[in-house]
Write a protein that binds this ligand. Structure first.
Ligand code: SAH
Length: 230
């Protein structure tokens, strides 16, 4: 078993690299990949750069080139569900691409032929996250995550994504990683800690809370890796 751990930004994987005592760095496809053995589990770690295209490339590379057999994503997101506060954790049960739009042809938002609006995350990994959370007394929320190539800092747009996709949180990579993992039959898990509420203060809040929220998510992911190794 080889586990891929990915984030979108350096801040999202920095806490993970800090925990790995030794790792080797490989340059591939215009990115850096870090490989290590952690508590007996082989890991490949990378940040993709922001957005759906870069994250799809990195996910596919980790699987096809580095041989990852499971993929865990750790990062930050904007909250839609008002019960989610900054620093809270949300686990995606399913993901959609909110900016995918060929509705002119009578299709629903987020849909293209031979695709599906939603992709479900691996149930066993979601269940494992619940056991890990219970074990360390941490609250995690399960919900739907909407992904698009836009930083959302606007109540109207946020409400639209909530209404159309029944989403609890939004970000810019989970939905594309889900497409790749589903196509390649790799169990995947998307974890996000809230950095902002996708409202007019989102840019400011994101800058303030990126590091602390990224840390919350990364720590939880490493607890899951511990369990996956057993
Ligand atoms: N400040 C960065 C850009 C961050 S983009 C820079 O200047 O380089 C936001 C990143 O955090 C994306 O990777 C996305 O997945 C996540 N994210 C957090 N809050 C978000 C929001 N409100 N809308 C969209 N993505 C958000």
């Amino acid at each position: 078993m080889k586990i891929a751990i990915m984030g979108a930004m350096p801040e999202e994987i920095a806490p993970i690299l800090q925990q790995l005592k030794d790792y080797t760095t490989t340059s591939y496809a215009d990115n850096s990949y870090y490989e290590a053995s952690y508590h007996g589990v082989d890991l490949v770690v990378a940040y993709s750069k922001i957005g759906k295209v870069f994250s799809a490339l990195t996910a596919a590379t980790m699987i096809e080139h580095f041989g990852a057999t499971k993929l865990l994503f750790s990062g930050v997101a904007g909250a839609i569900n008002s019960s989610l506060k900054i620093g809270d954790l949300i686990v995606a049960t399913k993901l959609a691409q909110h900016d995918l739009d060929i509705t002119t042809f009578g299709h629903p938002y987020g849909y293209v032929p031979e695709g599906s609006v939603y992709i479900e995350a691996d149930q066993a990994l979601v269940e494992l996250s619940k056991r890990v959370a219970a074990g360390i007394g941490v609250n995690i929320k399960e919900g739907t995550i909407a992904t698009g190539d836009q930083f959302i800092a606007n109540e109207t747009k946020k409400k639209w994504i909530q209404d159309v996709f029944a989403a609890d949180a939004l970000e810019m990579e989970g939905g594309s990683v889900a497409v790749v993992c589903k196509a390649l039959n790799i169990p995947f898990f998307i974890l996000r800690s809230i950095s902002d509420a996708a409202d007019m203060d989102a840019g400011f809040n994101f800058d303030e809370f990126l590091q602390s929220s990224a840390h919350v998510s990364a720590e939880f992911i490493m607890k899951m890796v511990d369990k996956l190794g057993n």
